[in-house]
Design a protein around this ligand. Structure first.
Ligand SMILES: *[C@@H]1O[C@H](CO)[C@@H](O)[C@H](O)[C@H]1NC(C)=O
Ligand SMILES: *[C@@H]1O[C@H](CO)[C@@H](O)[C@H](O)[C@H]1NC(C)=O
Ligand SMILES: *[C@@H]1O[C@H](CO)[C@@H](O)[C@H](O)[C@H]1NC(C)=O
Ligand SMILES: *[C@@H]1O[C@H](CO)[C@@H](O)[C@H](O)[C@H]1NC(C)=O
Ligand SMILES: *[C@@H]1O[C@H](CO)[C@@H](O)[C@H](O)[C@H]1NC(C)=O
Ligand SMILES: *[C@@H]1O[C@H](CO)[C@@H](O)[C@H](O)[C@H]1NC(C)=O
Ligand SMILES: *[C@@H]1O[C@H](CO)[C@@H](O)[C@H](O)[C@H]1NC(C)=O
Ligand SMILES: *[C@@H]1O[C@H](CO)[C@@H](O)[C@H](O)[C@H]1NC(C)=O
Ligand SMILES: *[C@@H]1O[C@H](CO)[C@@H](O)[C@H](O)[C@H]1NC(C)=O
Ligand SMILES: *[C@@H]1O[C@H](CO)[C@@H](O)[C@H](O)[C@H]1NC(C)=O
Ligand SMILES: *[C@@H]1O[C@H](CO)[C@@H](O)[C@H](O)[C@H]1NC(C)=O
Ligand SMILES: *[C@@H]1O[C@H](CO)[C@@H](O)[C@H](O)[C@H]1NC(C)=O
Length: 694
C-alpha cells in the first residue's frame, strides 16, 4: 500500500514537471505526436498530431451528435473537440496532474504570455461564453455529468444551465495557473518563435585526469565527488578539483572504491558498461553495476538466452558472430552495497565486491551492440536500462522490433520493490525487479512489460536534462549511414531496423529498403549526423551522446545539447529553437585546450587541436560541469576565455579564496539544502537534488 502511495506521488511530480513547467509537444497519454499517413478528415490539423484517423472519426461522431444549430458556436465547439489532436495536448488537457475533458481556454488575463504567438487580445474563454452561452447542445462536453465520464442518456443543455456568468465559467475553464504555460485559443498551438542564438565560438577544455573511463556518476550526496568506472571493472571515488585551480582529480588509483575485474568479462565490446548509484545512496549504500560475463569462465554467469522460443529464435540456428556461440556472453546487472565498511553515510569510500542481489541477467546472441547504460530517472526514481539489438549487422533477426524481445529496447524497472522468487517466476521476469505500474505496455500481452521504448539499435549514452527531467535524450549508434539522437517518450518506437536515421534502412546486399513500414509508427530522430560528415569510410562513425549543458562555467553553452563522434574528434552543440519545441539544430563546435590546463593536453603537431583520442562518454558532476571521458583522459569544459574564445555572457571568475582546500566539499556544490530536505519529506524521492541526474 505504501508503495502505491509513493508511486502516485511520483507520477504527480512527473506530470507537474513535464506538463506544467515546460512545453514539449506531447500527447495526453505521454506519447510523442506523430504524423498520420493520411491527413485527418474532420479535425483540420496537419503535420504532427495526437490523433489517428479512428480518433478523428470518433470526434466527428461526437460533434455530430451534439447537433449544434448555431454555426458560430458549432465552429468553436468543433475547435475545442479537435484540441485533442493538438501536438501539445498534454499541456492543454493536464492541470495539476488531472486530466481534463476541456482544454485550458485562453483567458483574458492569462493569455498574455510570451510562450505562444497569439497576442493578449484573443480572450478565447470570453469568446466561447459570448458565442455559446444560450446555445442548446446535446451531450455538451461542458456538462458537469460529462466531466469524467460518458453519460448514460442524451441530455440537452446550455452553458447558462450550469454557469451563471462569464467570470464563473472562465474561472473553471480559463487561463493557466502557471505562468508561461500553454492555453487553447481556438487554433493549433504555435510557440512564439525566438531568433536562434548564435552558436558559441568554441569550447575550451582542460585536462584533469589521465585515466580512461567509460562511466562517470556524481556522488548522490551533492558533494564535489564523482565516481569513475573503467571498462575492465574498477570504480574509483574522486574529488573534482575546484574550477580555476591547478588541481587534478583527487584519488588514489591503487585503492578503488570497488574492484569487480574478476566478475567482468573485458574485451573490445565487453566490460563494465554502466553504473548507477541509488538516489538515496548516501543513506542506503545501494549501487548497481551493469557488466558482461562469460559463461565459460564463470558459473555465476548464467541466465535465459535472449534468443528463445518466445521470440521465435533458435540459438542453434544463429550464425555465430566472430565464431562465438550464442549466449556464451551475458549482460548482467548486479546490486552491491557500500555498507559494512568502517565509515558510514556520505563518508563511505569503499564497497565489498560480493553481490547483494542479481537484478538482471540475459544471454546475448552476438558479441556487439549491447549498450548497457543504467540511470535512475530524476523525476520518477525508476531504473532505466539501455539495451542494444545484440549485434550482427542490420539486426537480421529483427530483435529491436520484436515486442517479446528485450534487445533493442530501453527498459524501465523498479528496483525498490523486489517481488518474491515465485512472483518473479510467474511473471517471467529476467531478475529481481518489479514492473512500474505505469510502464506503457503493462496491460499489453503482446509486449514485454519492461519495455519503455522499442526500435533502438545501440543506445550509447543517454541523459536527462537536469533542468527539465521530461527531456530524456538518447543517442543511438547507426549502422551504415546515420548516427541519431532521439527525444525519448514513453512507449515510443524509434524505428530500427526499419529506419536508420530519417531514411528507410536498406540492408547490405538487399535491393529494397525494408518494406514492413506500415506496422510501425516510427518516431524520427531530433538530430544527428551522417557518416559522410565525419569520415568518407562508411562504418567508422559512432555517436557518443552527451548532456544538455547546464553549468554556469560557459554561459554560451547553456541549454545546448552536446554530443560527439567516438572516433573522429568532432563535437556538436545543438540549439533548440523555439525553446522546448523539440526542434534542434546542431552545429559543429571547435574546441581547444586551455594553455594553463592542469595536465598538458597532447596536441596534433603544429595545431592547437588537442588529441582527445576516442570520446567514450560524457559525465556531469554535481555542479553540472561537463566532463569528457576519452581514451586519453578526463577533460572538463572551462571558461571560454581561457582558450581565447569569446562569449559575451562570460563574467569574470570570482576570485578563489587563497588557501581554500579543494578536497573538502566547497560551497559551490549543493550538499543537502533545506529545499532538498523538503523534497524528501514531500515525495521520498528528491527531485531537485543535483546528484540524482546521473
Ligand atoms: C497546415 O495548416 C496551416 C493552417 O491551416 C497552413 O498554413 C499550412 O500551410 C498547412 N501546412 C501543410 C503542410 O499543409
Ligand atoms: C437537431 O436539432 C434540430 C433543431 O435544431 C432538430 O430538428 C433535430 O431533430 C435535431 N436532431 C437530432 C438528431 O436530435
Ligand atoms: C514573443 O515573445 C516576446 C518576448 O518573449 C514578446 O515580446 C512578444 O510580444 C511575443 N510575441 C507575440 C506575438 O506574442
Ligand atoms: C443569452 O441570453 C441572455 C439572457 O436571456 C441574454 O441577455 C443574452 O444577450 C443572450 N446572449 C446571446 C449571445 O444571445
Ligand atoms: C437517464 O435515464 C435514467 C432512466 O431513464 C434516469 O433515471 C436518469 O435520471 C437519467 N439521467 C440523466 C442525467 O438524465
Ligand atoms: C480567468 O478570468 C476570470 C475573469 O474573467 C477569472 O475570474 C479567472 O480566475 C481566470 N482564470 C484563471 C485560471 O486564471
Ligand atoms: C527550427 O529551427 C530552425 C533553426 O533555428 C528554424 O529556422 C526553424 O524555423 C525552426 N522550425 C520550427 C518549426 O520552429
Ligand atoms: C598525467 O600524465 C602526464 C604525462 O604522462 C604526467 O606528466 C602527469 O603527472 C600525470 N598526471 C596525473 C595527475 O596523473
Ligand atoms: C545498508 O544500510 C542501510 C542503513 O543502515 C540499511 O537500510 C540497508 O538495509 C543496508 N543494506 C545492506 C545490503 O545491508
Ligand atoms: C535474485 O537475486 C538472488 C540473489 O542474488 C539470486 O540468487 C537469484 O537468482 C535472483 N533471481 C533472479 C530471477 O535472477
Ligand atoms: C519485424 O518485427 C515486426 C514486429 O513483430 C514486424 O512487424 C515486422 O514485419 C518484422 N520485420 C522483419 C523484416 O522481419
Ligand atoms: C590567448 O591570447 C593570449 C594573449 O593574446 C596569448 O598569450 C595566448 O597564447 C592565447 N592562448 C591561446 C590558447 O591561443
Amino acid at each position: 500500500m505504501a508503495a502505491g502511495g509513493v508511486a502516485v506521488f511520483i507520477v504527480c511530480h512527473l506530470l507537474l514537471l513535464s506538463y506544467l513547467s515546460y512545453s514539449l509537444p506531447l500527447c495526453t497519454n505521454s506519447r510523442a505526436p506523430f504524423t498520420p499517413k493520411k491527413a485527418l478528415d474532420f479535425c483540420s490539423y496537419n503535420g504532427s498530431v495526437c490523433c489517428d484517423s479512428a480518433e478523428d472519426l470518433q470526434l466527428q461522431k461526437q460533434f455530430q451528435s451534439m447537433n449544434v444549430s448555431d454555426s458560430s458556436c458549432a465552429a468553436i465547439l468543433k475547435s475545442i473537440l479537435c484540441a485533442k489532436c493538438d501536438p501539445f495536448s498534454a499541456d492543454l488537457y493536464t492541470t495539476k496532474s488531472t486530466l481534463r475533458t476541456i482544454p485550458v481556454l485562453c483567458n483574458s488575463t492569462s493569455s498574455v504570455n510570451s510562450v505562444q504567438t497569439k497576442s493578449a487580445a484573443n480572450a478565447f474563454c470570453d469568446k466561447v461564453w459570448d458565442t455559446c452561452q444560450n446555445v442548446s447542445v446535446f451531450n455538451s462536453p461542458f456538462a458537469p455529468s460529462l466531466q469524467g465520464g460518458v453519460p448514460e442518456n442524451s441530455t440537452v443543455s446550455k452553458l447558462t444551465d450550469f454557469w451563471q456568468s462569464k467570470p464563473v465559467f472562465c474561472e473553471d475553464f480559463g487561463g493557466s495557473a502557471v505562468d508561461g504555460s500553454i492555453c487553447f485559443d481556438g487554433d493549433p498551438v504555435t510557440l512564439n518563435k525566438t531568433e536562434p542564438p548564435n552558436p558559441p565560438s568554441g569550447m575550451c577544455l582542460e585536462k584533469i585526469g589521465n585515466g580512461s573511463y567509460l562511466n562517470m556518476a556524481p556522488h548522490p550526496d551533492g558533494s564535489d565527488r564523482v565516481f569513475f568506472g573503467n571498462q575492465a571493472g574498477k570504480i574509483w571515488l574522486a574529488t573534482v578539483p575546484e574550477m580555476g585551480s591547478t588541481g587534478t582529480l583527487g584519488f588514489d588509483e591503487s585503492t578503488p572504491f570497488i574492484d569487480l575485474t574478476d566478475e567482468v568479462h573485458f574485451d573490445t565490446t565487453f566490460g563494465m558498461m554502466g553504473m548507477a548509484f541509488h538516489p538515496d545512496f548516501a543513506r542506503n549504500g545501494r549501487f548497481f553495476v551493469s557488466f558482461n560475463c562469460d559463461k565459460v569462465q564463470s558459473p555465476e554467469c548464467s541466465g535465459r538466452c535472449s534468443c528463445n522460443s518466445d521470440v521465435n529464435c533458435d540459438p542453434s540456428k544463429l550464425t555465430p558472430e566472430n565464431g562465438v556461440q550464442p549466449c556464451r556472453y551475458h549482460t548482467v546487472i548486479s546490486e552491491y552495497t557500500a555498507n559494512g565498511t568502517a565509515t558510514e553515510g556520505s563518508l563511505k569510500t569503499s564497497a565489498s565486491p560480493s553481490e547483494v542481489r542479481r537484478i538482471f541477467t540475459m544471454g546475448l546472441p552476438f558479441t556487439g551492440g549491447h549498450g548497457g547504460q543504467i540511470i535512475f530517472g530524476p523525476a520518477d526514481g525508476y531504473f532505466y536500462f539501455m539495451m542494444g539489438d545484440g549485434g550482427s549487422r542490420g539486426d537480421p533477426y529483427n530483435f529491436s522490433q520484436n515486442k517479446k524481445s528485450l534487445l533493442g529496447k530501453i527498459m524501465r524497472l523498479d528496483v525498490d520493490n523486489i517481488p518474491s522468487a515465485k512472483e518473479i517466476n510467474d511473471l517471467g521476469l529476467w531478475g529481481n525487479y518489479s514492473i512500474p505500474r505505469d510502464n506503457p505496455f503493462v496491460d499489453d500481452k503482446d509486449l514485454q512489460p519492461e519495455i519503455w521504448t522499442l526500435g533502438m539499435r545501440n543506445p550509447w549514452r543517454s541523459s536527462f536534462d537536469s533542468e527539465r527531467p521530461s527531456y530524456f535524450i538518447s543517442a543511438d549508434v547507426g549502422q551504415e549511414t546515420y548516427e541519431e539522437v532521439n527525444l525519448i517518450t514513453k512507449g515510443g518506437n524509434y524505428g530500427w531496423h526499419i529506419y536508420e536515421g530519417y531514411s528507410l534502412y536498406k540492408a547490405p546486399g538487399s535491393p529494397e529498403a525494408n518494406s514492413s513500414i506500415s506496422s510501425v509508427n516510427t518516431i524520427l530522430p531530433v538530430m544527428g549526423y551522417s557518416h559522410s560528415d565525419v569520415n568518407k569510410n562508411e562504418g567508422s562513425a559512432s555517436i557518443t551522446g552527451g548532456y544538455v549543458y547546464r553549468a554556469q562555467t560557459d554561459p554560451c553553452m547553456n541549454g545546448r545539447y552536446v554530443y560527439a563522434d567516438l572516433y573522429a574528434n568532432y563535437l556538436w552543440a545543438a540549439d533548440e529553437t523555439p525553446e522546448n519545441s523539440g526542434n534542434f539544430t546542431s552545429n559543429l563546435i571547435p574546441f581547444s585546450c586551455a594553455h594553463d590546463s592542469p595536465i598538458q593536453c597532447a596536441s596534433v603537431a603544429g595545431s592547437p587541436l588537442p588529441t582527445l583520442g576516442y570520446i567514450y562518454s560524457f559525465g556531469e558532476d554535481n555542479r553540472k560541469d561537463l566532463m569528457f571521458l576519452t581514451s586519453t583522459g578526463v577533460y572538463r569544459v572551462v571558461r571560454p576565455s581561457r582558450c581565447n574564445y569569446t562569449c559575451s555572457k562570460e563574467t569574470a571568475p570570482s576570485p578563489t579564496s587563497p588557501g581554500s582546500n579543494p578536497s573538502s566539499p566547497s560551497s559551490g556544490y549543493r550538499v543537502r539544502t533545506l529545499q532538498t530536505e523538503l523534497g524528501l519529506l514531500l515525495s521520498s524521492f528528491l527531485l531537485i537534488l543535483p546528484g540524482f541526474f546521473l
